[in-house]
Each structure stands twice: as C-alpha cells, then as structure tokens.
Write a protein that binds this ligand. Structure first.
Ligand SMILES: *[C@@H]1O[C@H](CO)[C@@H](O)[C@H](O)[C@H]1NC(C)=O
Ligand SMILES: *[C@@H]1O[C@H](CO)[C@@H](O)[C@H](O)[C@H]1NC(C)=O
Ligand SMILES: *[C@@H]1O[C@H](CO)[C@@H](O)[C@H](O)[C@H]1NC(C)=O
Ligand SMILES: *[C@@H]1O[C@H](CO)[C@@H](O)[C@H](O)[C@H]1NC(C)=O
Ligand SMILES: *[C@@H]1O[C@H](CO)[C@@H](O)[C@H](O)[C@H]1NC(C)=O
Ligand SMILES: *[C@@H]1O[C@H](CO)[C@@H](O)[C@H](O)[C@H]1NC(C)=O
Ligand SMILES: *[C@@H]1O[C@H](CO)[C@@H](O)[C@H](O)[C@H]1NC(C)=O
Ligand SMILES: *[C@@H]1O[C@H](CO)[C@@H](O)[C@H](O)[C@H]1NC(C)=O
Ligand SMILES: *[C@@H]1O[C@H](CO)[C@@H](O)[C@H](O)[C@H]1NC(C)=O
Ligand SMILES: *[C@@H]1O[C@H](CO)[C@@H](O)[C@H](O)[C@H]1NC(C)=O
Length: 425
C-alpha cells in the first residue's frame, strides 16, 4: 500500500505541471521531404526546453544525428514522429550515439534528461524507429547485445518526469530504458516491433526489441502499455526499486523478466518492491512470430564469472524481494512462471548468492503449452523464501494435471498441489 500511495502522490505532483503557465512557447512543423529537421528541433529545445513549452505539429521530423533533450520545468506536445534515419553503419559508429546506460554498454540515439517535465504525444506521435531495415540487416549479420544498436527512447538522470500516450514504431533494438532516475511516470506507451517482410514470417527476427529495461531507478510507474516485441516486454534490471506496473499488454517475445541479474561481479543488483497488476501476455499468430515463452520469469547469473559483460559475466550478488504479480493472463505460454539462477553458467560454476524472497503470484489465469506451469529453481547457495500463490489457475494442455516444480525453495504456499515435479519444463 505504501508503494501505491507514494506513486500516486508523485503522479499528482507531475500532473499539476499541466496547469503551469510557461513563459516561452516554441512551435514546429516538419520541413518536408528531403529536408533535415535535426537543427530546428535542437534550436527549439534550447529555446523552450527549460521553463517553456514546445508544440510539434503532425508529420515526420527527419532526425539524422544523436540528440539530448535537457528538459527543466517544461512541457512538450508531440503530435508528430521523430523519424530516425535508418543508416545502420552511421549509428553503429560509437561516436554517433551516447553511452549513458551503463549496463551492457548500451547505445542511445535519443536521450531525455532533466526534471519536472511532461512529454505528451497524445497517442498520435512519438518515434519512428524504422526497425525493418535493421531487422533485415541482422538476418545476415551477427547480432550481439551491446554492439551499438541504439535504444529508441532513453530517460537518463531524470527526476519527476511524465511521458504520456507515446508511440514508438518499429524499434530496432530496446524500445525504452529508464536509468539513474526517480519519480518517473509513463502513462500510455505503445511499441511495435513486427517484421513485415514475408521472407521472415514465422521466425523471430526481432530479438532484443525489449519494451523497457529499468535500471538504477526508484519510483517508476508504467501504466497502460501495449508492447509487441521479440524479447522481454519488460526487463527489471539491477537497482530497480518501487516499480509499479498496471494494465500492461505484452504481445509475443519472452514475457516479463526480472533480470538478468548478477552479471557484473563488482556490482550487486537489488530489486525491491515491485507491484504489477493486470498483465496480459498474448501469443502472436505463429506465421508472424513464434515466441511466447513466459508470463513472468526471473533469472540470475551464477556466482562464477564466465566471460565478461556485455555478453558474458556472472559473479554479482544482491537480492530480489517484495514482488507481487497479480491479475495475470497468459495465452499459450511455454513456461508461465519460471525462475532460474544458472544464466551463463556451466556445470562447474558456483551457485549464485543472489537471493529471491517474498514473491507473490495472485489471480493467474490463461493457458500453458506445457503441463509444468510453475518452475522455480533457486540456487543452493541462496534458497528462495516465502513464495506465495493465491488463485493460481493457468490451464494445462488437454486437461493434464498441472505440474509444479520448486527447487531450493524453503517456504511456499497456495498451489493446488505439491511443488515437487522434476525434470525440464
Ligand atoms: C533527411 O535529411 C537528409 C539530409 O541530412 C536527407 O538526405 C534525407 O533525404 C532526409 N530524409 C527524409 C526522409 O526526408
Ligand atoms: C571517433 O572520433 C574520434 C575523435 O574524433 C576519432 O579519432 C575516431 O576515429 C572516431 N571513430 C570512428 C569509428 O569513426
Ligand atoms: C503491429 O504492427 C503490425 C505490422 O504493421 C500490425 O499488423 C499490428 O496490428 C500492430 N500491432 C498492434 C498492437 O497495433
Ligand atoms: C486491464 O488492462 C487492459 C489492457 O490494458 C485494459 O483494457 C483494462 O481496462 C484493464 N483492466 C482494469 C480492471 O483496469
Ligand atoms: C564494474 O566492472 C565493470 C566492467 O565489468 C566496469 O566497467 C565498471 O566500471 C566497474 N564498476 C565499479 C563501480 O567498479
Ligand atoms: C545497487 O545499490 C547498491 C547499494 O547502494 C550498490 O552497492 C550497488 O553497486 C548498486 N548496483 C548497481 C547495479 O548500480
Ligand atoms: C483476475 O484477473 C483477471 C485478469 O487477468 C481479471 O479480469 C479478474 O477480474 C481478476 N479477478 C479478481 C478476483 O480480481
Ligand atoms: C520479506 O517479508 C518479511 C515479512 O513481511 C519481512 O520481514 C522481510 O524483511 C522481507 N524480506 C526482504 C528481503 O525484504
Ligand atoms: C494435446 O493434444 C494435442 C492434440 O491431440 C497434441 O497435439 C498435443 O501434443 C497435446 N499436448 C500435450 C502437452 O499433451
Ligand atoms: C509429489 O507429491 C505427490 C503427493 O505427495 C505424490 O503423489 C507425487 O508422486 C510426487 N511427485 C514427485 C515427482 O515426486
């Protein structure tokens, strides 16, 4: 309860910014085909981004360079799309993106920073990521996390920001990240990474198109999200605290992730107080994209570092606690609820010391593609404590008996049978 009240208070504070009178107003319209809008956008942000107001008229703004908006006590109404030119080689040059998101050395082409601002895209504007060009390119080139593919929309070092009714079309890589921030509300977010090239129908050519990764941030609310992607619709990463998620639709991909955690041997990852409600996880038609792996899943690396980040790692400690996931509907998920602590590990790796505790799963429904609907495999070095279920009723295929597996779980309650199944899900 404490969590919710805190967030609603900050939401109210942020919403009160709507009523503020701004001293400066900048209005923009797209320059038109063949023209470059980057300069006029930067000039307007410099002029009105602090103690001012900006109105972007409808249409496409041609953005050809990386851009940071430092917003202070300001408001942006975005009725058009910032259209990021799909020049892959240009963006992959590290000089042409920012590296403000520390984890896995991710790149960003557009960064918002500052405090006390609103960006409202009114459900008609946002970012055009032109992802198809990227997805097609990577069907014949090697793709690695942290290789410089840009995050579409990054919030970094933000305090008290509201992002409202924002659309991101065809994100090439992660759709959103919020890092090193506090008191941020995203109310209304749409991301859609859907391959439209028939040559790749039925495969997942859109991996790493995560809805959002949260990192080193406190008091973030994600409400009314609609994400289509080929990876994590939401990835809760290290030092995310007091996260509130409600009315979240996830289409395709891997589901909602906690992790991966413990990748950096020198950093502990703490995830504390996460409340999620009304999550809808839907499988896409298999000719479009074949994945709907999990509903909610948790993953940590082992205590042994195998390789180094961004692609290898392990050895980091920390904990995940006080998580509630309620009113969850999963549609044909492969493994509706899963926890594992062996990411990147080998048989010789030391079991993780990162501990999961106080996890509650309330009112789950829908369907699973396998009988094992709960698969919680905790580390021998950090057994899971206090795993609670209430009304957990995900239907199994062909009316088979549901199987529940718990490994190194010291206290669990609320399932309709013993949590003692064995073997892979
Ligand atoms: C964007 O601007 C560049 C010049 O910087 C231009 O060559 C290109 O045609 C423009 N793109 C569009 C879609 O207008
Ligand atoms: C990045 O910029 C630096 C400094 O201007 C330059 O020395 C370097 O060659 C550039 N790197 C690439 C990959 O273009
Ligand atoms: C996502 O984009 C695809 C391709 O344009 C479209 O068919 C689909 O309806 C979109 N999904 C949503 C939820 O709007
Ligand atoms: C649950 O989420 C869906 C999709 O966002 C929304 O349509 C519905 O109104 C929500 N239900 C409640 C009770 O808020
Ligand atoms: C932790 O290790 C990473 C490399 O794995 C390094 O980039 C980072 O600076 C280190 N952070 C601290 C706080 O030592
Ligand atoms: C998380 O916070 C803890 C405690 O403040 C700190 O020791 C740790 O380095 C932080 N981890 C990350 C990933 O920033
Ligand atoms: C259980 O969750 C579903 C959505 O997944 C919702 O429609 C229903 O109202 C919830 N039931 C209760 C008792 O809250
Ligand atoms: C887990 O919940 C118990 C009971 O509410 C509480 O005492 C304990 O501090 C919680 N554990 C963590 C790691 O927050
Ligand atoms: C359920 O029945 C269908 C159709 O008979 C079959 O193809 C499928 O393998 C069965 N699934 C399981 C898990 O038994
Ligand atoms: C799990 O426990 C139930 C009830 O005690 C028992 O019937 C079943 O055989 C057990 N399953 C396994 C795999 O141990």
């Amino acid at each position: 309860m404490k969590l919710k009240v805190g967030l609603l208070t900050s939401l109210t504070t942020i919403l009160s910014l709507f009523a503020r009178a701004y001293s400066k107003l900048c209005t923009l319209v797209p320059l038109g085909p063949g023209q470059d809008d980057t300069d006029q956008v930067e000039v307007a942000i410099a002029e009105c981004g602090q103690y001012g107001e900006l109105v972007f008229g409808s249409g496409d703004y041609n953005i050809t360079r990386k851009m940071t908006w430092n917003l202070v006590a300001s408001r942006v109404d975005l009725y058009g799309y910032l259209n990021f030119v799909p020049d892959i080689q240009y963006w992959l040059n590290p000089n042409n993106t920012y590296r403000v998101v520390f984890i896995q050395n991710q790149a960003s082409w557009f960064v918002i920073t500052g405090h006390d601002f609103t960006i409202d895209a009114h459900g008609v504007g946002g970012i055009q990521g032109n992802g198809q060009t990227w997805w097609t390119y990577y069907t014949t080139h090697t793709r690695e996390g942290g290789n410089g593919r840009p995050i579409a929309f990054t919030l970094s070092h933000v305090a008290r920001g509201l992002i409202k009714d924002f659309r991101i079309e065809a994100q090439p890589f992660w759709c959103n990240t919020v890092a090193d921030s506090e008191d941020v509300v995203y109310d209304g977010m749409y991301c859609n990474a859907t391959n439209t090239n028939p040559a790749y129908f039925g495969q997942n050519v859109v991996p790493n198109t995560d809805g959002i990764d949260t990192y080193r941030s406190n008091r973030v609310a994600l409400t009314n999200w609609d994400i289509t992607c080929g990876d994590d619709c939401l990835a809760v990463k290290g030092n995310t605290t007091n996260l509130y998620v409600a009315n979240y639709v996830c289409r395709g991909g891997n589901g909602i992730a906690f992790g991966s955690l413990g990748q950096y041997a020198n950093l502990s990852d703490i995830v504390d107080h996460v409340e999620m409600q009304n999550l809808t996880l839907l499988r896409l038609p298999s000719n479009i994209q074949p994945n709907m792996v999990s509903g909610v899943y948790f993953k940590s690396w082992t205590a042994t570092a195998n390789g180094v980040p961004p692609t290898g790692g392990g050895g980091g400690g920390g904990y995940v606690s006080n998580v509630v996931a309620k009113d969850v509907y999963v549609d044909q998920a492969l493994a509706p609820l899963r926890l594992y602590q062996t990411n990147g590990g080998t048989s010789g790796s030391t079991a993780s010391y990162l501990q999961f505790s106080n996890l509650s799963f309330v009112n789950w429904s829908g369907t699973s593609l396998q009988s094992k609907v709960v698969d919680i495999e905790c580390s021998a070095n950090a057994p899971c404590a206090n795993i609670q279920f209430f009304n957990f009723n995900v239907a199994t295929p062909n009316g088979t008996a549901p199987e529940y597996e718990c490994v190194n779980v010291v206290s669990e309650s609320g399932l309709s049978g013993p949590c003692n199944a064995t073997g892979s899900a």
